[in-house]
Design a protein around this ligand. Sequence first.
Ligand SMILES: [Zn+2]
Length: 301
Amino acid sequence: MIWPALTAFAKAAAVDTHCLAGIDRRWTTRTLMPEGDTIFRAANTLHRALAGRAVTAFESMFPSVTRIADSHRLVGRDIESVAARGKHLLMTFSGGLVLHTHMRMNGSWHLYRPGERWKRPRRDMRLIVATADIVAVGFNVPVAELLTPRDLARHDDLRALGPDLLDPAFDRAEALRRIRAHGGDAIADVLLNQRVAAGIGNVFKSEVLFLGGIDPFTAVTQLTDDDLETLIDIGRKVLAVSVRAGQRTTRGSLDPGARLWVYGRGGQPCRRCGTPIQSKKTGLDARLTYWCPRCQSRSTK
Ligand SMILES: [Zn+2]
């Protein structure tokens, strides 16, 4: 059964009707990790579907989550909100309990009507948050914990997150300060660091640096405050546009072959100058960085 509200969302977001966060199949070969825009959209949709409803059943494949859900009587509490913090998803229940999940590469949340057939096999289920009318199912979610208000206040990863680029109250001066604290590092690595600013993943990293005209391997110390503020502003803009468009785009186009400037286009001509796009594996996890050597030739103050 198709649920009208979700169908409308799916059209707007161009994702599978039920798949809210994680890998959009059409992107699987290129986009390995959900970035801030994906999680932000998923949080909004989960919030609209679940906020204000009481939990009627809860299931988890994480023993520690199950234990806390039982001891704190999660069933019967209301879902107050679902929100994104960077790439983290926080579902808050009445009384201040928070279900924290992180999708990493493969996790996703789906919404179903009770009794509706799932689009993923039961063995992939990691979490179920059921209400009378809607059931949220987390598939292959690799990170989940149920936090008390006290746990949340002490949570190292969440506390350490940098300003969220999609937060209306984003603190640019603080983001700039955090970037400067990594002076010797390449700007591409720093933009990806969620403790500096939350929301940019590997795709937007390459795109933001192209739009800023900055060589990805430039050390932060070589860049002016103006350069860095411009990169931050570009990052906020492309994330916000992608959230609104429901698809990751940095060129204003929703055509799958024309949405991005450089990411995934190694060896192809630059859309601006025709020079072949370069790519290089960097970092411990050997993620690919893409750039145009001509458009991004400025690398020093
Ligand atoms: Zn170029």
